[in-house]
Design a protein around this ligand. Structure first.
Ligand SMILES: C[S@@+](CC[C@H](N)C(=O)[O-])C[C@H]1O[C@@H](n2cnc3c(N)ncnc32)[C@H](O)[C@@H]1O
Length: 458
């Protein structure tokens, strides 16, 4: 392997990209020294410049594409090169799925989980207009005070002013344009992050994949400016079609968190409605719900079908439950479901949805999953199936230990991060669990993200 001192920053090298990293960078080697190259894909032959290096690897940028990979296409979004949202849009969709499968394989192999078969990725039903939650940061230009709304440039907090985003429903463009055009008449300014000044920080839109209705939340910098935002909210509601409601969220902290704790609904309904697995879900602005509902529906159906084919009215523990979407979708196939979630707003909403759907075999618990598991295990409670759907960081060892104690037949692990999934599967196989295969689903086309479902034999 080439010594790290032999690799010079700013020097040019010719490389061929071997594969994609789990963060979507092309990986190439210079005599064994690994370099990560954004905006590249396997089989690209490139001239690159090293921009950063440390002991074991470096970062590089493309200087010239000597021979493009056959997977390269012209991105369908004009803003792809500047906007940080769709890193892989220059790769054709079939190849994206192939590379995502390889990313999952690499994560498993890196922890010597070599015998698990990785199935082909189940594609997203839509590869445009699939994203149903939009969170645009807002700012304004220095001189003309023109409002800017869009995504951040990759690796920065500089806003790319987006007029049309093809991965979002097109009516979201119209909502954003309406806000840009009408803010001035209510004296609403855009937020300047560096000075923590200005009025409107973010616009959050939650839209329904099943009936095109949208919820709009204006995130504002101070609760002293509620009046002008009330007028703007009414103006949005009264002039645009298919708006179910408009609310104002107050966030005056210097923070990267988008929403503050308080949301006042000004007009209309505070929910939109989605249909998953024939159940109707109320979705609010500040509770977790999958951003690609049609792809999420594929996951729910996949798990529900597996359970109904292989079990007769099992008891199910639904952990990291959010608004109990898994529990609700599985309730018809189960004798009982217990859903555990730590965010109170989500649990309250779950209870409303359970009522709305006339479901009477689900109990919800608002508690940290690990703590709840330990209490259940100490009282010798048992479930046939445990569904784990943790956040990106995965589960703690303690919660996995307790999940094993509580579960008699299968753990179904749903993961949005193949690295933490590999770590947790390594732990579970070390405890004697058996895993035949992993089923990846594409929830986020054109990004490196990949969702996986693993059925684990207890
Ligand atoms: C990936 S989301 C899954 C939500 C849900 N299963 C769904 O599909 O809509 C993870 C959820 O776990 C919750 N969560 C995170 N850490 C938790 C913990 N330690 N205990 C309980 N819930 C937790 C989050 O609030 C979030 O709702």
């Amino acid at each position: 392997m080439r010594q790290v001192t032999d690799i010079d920053i700013n020097k040019l090298y010719e490389v061929k990209v071997e594969k994609l990293s789990n963060l979507g960078y092309g990986i190439a080697k210079i005599d064994g020294f690994v370099v990560f190259i954004p905006n590249s894909c396997p089989d690209d032959e490139l001239k690159i410049k090293i921009t950063k290096k440390n002991k074991n690897f470096g970062h590089a940028e493309i200087v010239e594409i000597i021979k493009p990979s056959e997977s390269r296409i012209e991105p369908f979004c004009k803003m792809q090169k500047v906007c940080g949202a769709c890193q892989l849009q220059f790769i054709d969709y079939e190849s994206q799925l192939k590379y995502k499968k390889e990313i999952v394989e690499d994560c498993m192999h890196s922890l010597s989980l070599k015998d698990i078969q990785i199935n082909d990725v189940i594609p997203s039903p839509e590869i445009k207009e699939f994203r149903h939650k939009i969170q645009y940061p807002i700012s304004e230009t220095k001189e003309s005070k023109r409002m800017l709304a869009g995504y951040y440039k990759s690796g920065s907090h500089e806003i790319v002013n987006i007029k049309h985003c093809p991965i979002q429903p097109s009516y979201c463009d119209k909502i954003i344009e309406f806000i840009r055009e009408n803010s001035k008449q209510y004296n609403v300014s855009g937020y300047i992050e560096s000075k923590h000044s200005g009025d409107l920080r973010h616009v959050v839109i939650r839209s329904s994949a099943f009936n095109n209705k949208s919820l709009v939340i204006l995130v504002v910098n101070s609760d002293k400016i509620k009046d002008k935002f009330t007028k703007l909210a009414e103006c949005i509601y009264n002039n645009l079609p298919n708006i179910s409601g408009v609310g104002i969220n107050f966030n005056n902290k210097k923070t990267n968190l988008i929403l503050g704790n308080r949301t006042d609904f000004v007009i209309g309904d505070k929910y939109i409605y989605e249909t998953l697995c024939d159940k109707t879900f109320k979705v609010s602005a500040n509770t977790f719900f999958q951003v690609n509902p049609k792809s999420a529906n594929n996951i729910f159906i996949y798990i529900r079908d597996y359970i109904s084919k292989n079990f007769n009215n099992p008891s199910i523990l639904d952990a990291y439950a959010g608004i109990a979407a898994f529990g609700i979708c599985m309730s018809d196939t189960a004798s009982k479901v217990v859903s555990v979630e730590e965010v109170k707003e989500s649990v309250d909403l779950a209870n409303e949805i359970i009522n709305d759907n006339n479901i009477n075999n689900i109990k919800t618990i608002c508690m940290d999953a690990g703590k709840c598991f330990s209490e259940m295990a100490n009282s010798d409670e048992k479930f046939d199936i445990t569904i784990l759907d943790p956040p990106r960081k995965g589960c703690t060892k303690e919660s996995l230990e307790y999940a094993l104690k509580l579960t008699t037949k299968k753990i179904i692990y749903v993961s949005c991060n193949p690295s933490s999934l590999a770590r947790d599967l390594k732990f579970l196989t070390g405890k004697g669990c058996k895993i035949k295969s992993i089923q990846p689903f594409d929830m986020f086309p054109h990004t490196y993200h990949i969702e996986n479902v693993v059925i684990i034999d207890r």
